[in-house]
Write a protein that binds this ligand. Structure first.
Ligand SMILES: Nc1ncnc2c1ncn2[C@@H]1O[C@H](COP(=O)(O)OP(=O)(O)OP(=O)(O)O)[C@@H](O)[C@H]1O
Ligand SMILES: [Mg+2]
Length: 257
């Protein structure tokens, strides 16, 4: 359970002349949920794209189960067992739920494995089973996020990279989806890297956390320790609390009028 399944060492990634990742190293232990926190523009998505082969790092190593995978094509990374559920739940809107799920299994030729994984997805997301013939573009935001995660599961991954699954969802839906992620981790032993700005929810779910700022890791620790850390409280959690207070103030003002 506790061997590093994924080791990232001194990764540097660029968009043309712009350096977005400045020497990032991190470990993901098998069976763990590791959360990557950080403000807008910190480089979280770029790091996920670099791991999944969408971008190649200029420098550094990405090692999965003892083998270097940096520089591989995205489909090769999927075949090795890493699936990326991208930011912004990119489902194919004109295709049905079922067709979207089938696309997630594009690297798998064994039909019985594909059907087994589809049943697994329906077990965790029964709403997708009920709507399997519906066009994905007509699903609610939360259902589309579930479909994006389900499509990732169809690749039979060892590791899921989840980029801000809570984005734009109500707190109740975030709880529901994070509850399913926890069950996938508990019951299927799914290893996860969870990128989040929602630090509270992410640290409640994760075992370990890393904090990114301007392309670097500036802090890491057990989720429990990070939750107690004053820097995290003041900055990441504090900002959200302040936002929530502002929101409440604003609501009160609204009722006065
Ligand atoms: N296609 C691109 N071309 C040039 N620069 C980019 C591109 N995509 C991202 N960047 C830059 O790289 C940096 C890291 O962006 P990235 O999207 O990885 O941040 P992030 O932590 O995922 O932010 P967010 O929380 O807003 O999703 C930012 O400064 C951003 O402006
Ligand atoms: Mg991002």
């Amino acid at each position: 359970m506790n061997d590093p399944i994924l080791m990232i060492r001194n990764i540097e990634s660029f968009y043309g002349p712009i350096q977005a990742i400045r020497g990032v190293s991190l470990d993901v232990l098998e069976g763990q949920i590791v959360s990557i926190l950080g403000a807008n523009g910190a480089g979280k998505t770029t790091l996920m794209k670099t791991v999944s082969g969408v971008m190649d790092p200029e420098k550094g190593r990405i090692n999965l189960n003892g083998k270097d995978i940096q520089g591989l094509e995205p489909h090769e990374v999927v075949q090795r067992g890493i699936v990326h559920v991208p930011e912004g739940r990119e489902v194919f809107p004109l295709m049905t739920v079922d067709e979207n799920l089938t696309l997630g299994a594009y690297t798998i030729s064994d039909k019985s494995l594909i059907e087994r994984d589809r049943e697994l997805v329906f077990h965790y997301f029964p709403v997708l089973k009920a709507r399997r013939q519906q066009e994905a573009g007509t699903l609610s935001g939360g259902q589309q996020q579930m479909l994006a995660i389900g499509r990732g599961l169809m690749a039979s991954p060892k590791i899921m990279l989840l980029d801000e699954p809570s984005l734009g969802l109500s707190p109740i839906l975030v709880q529901e989806i994070f509850g399913i992620l926890r069950r996938l981790n508990d019951e299927q032993k799914m290893t996860m890297v969870l990128v989040e700005q929602n630090a509270n929810a992410a640290l409640e779910l994760a075992h370990h956390g890393y904090v990114m700022e301007l392309g670097r890791i500036v802090m890491d620790g057990s989720a429990e320790d990070l939750m107690k850390s004053e820097d995290i409280q003041n900055f990441y959690l504090g900002v959200q609390e302040e936002g929530a207070r502002e929101n409440r103030r604003w609501k009160r003002k609204k009722t006065w009028r």
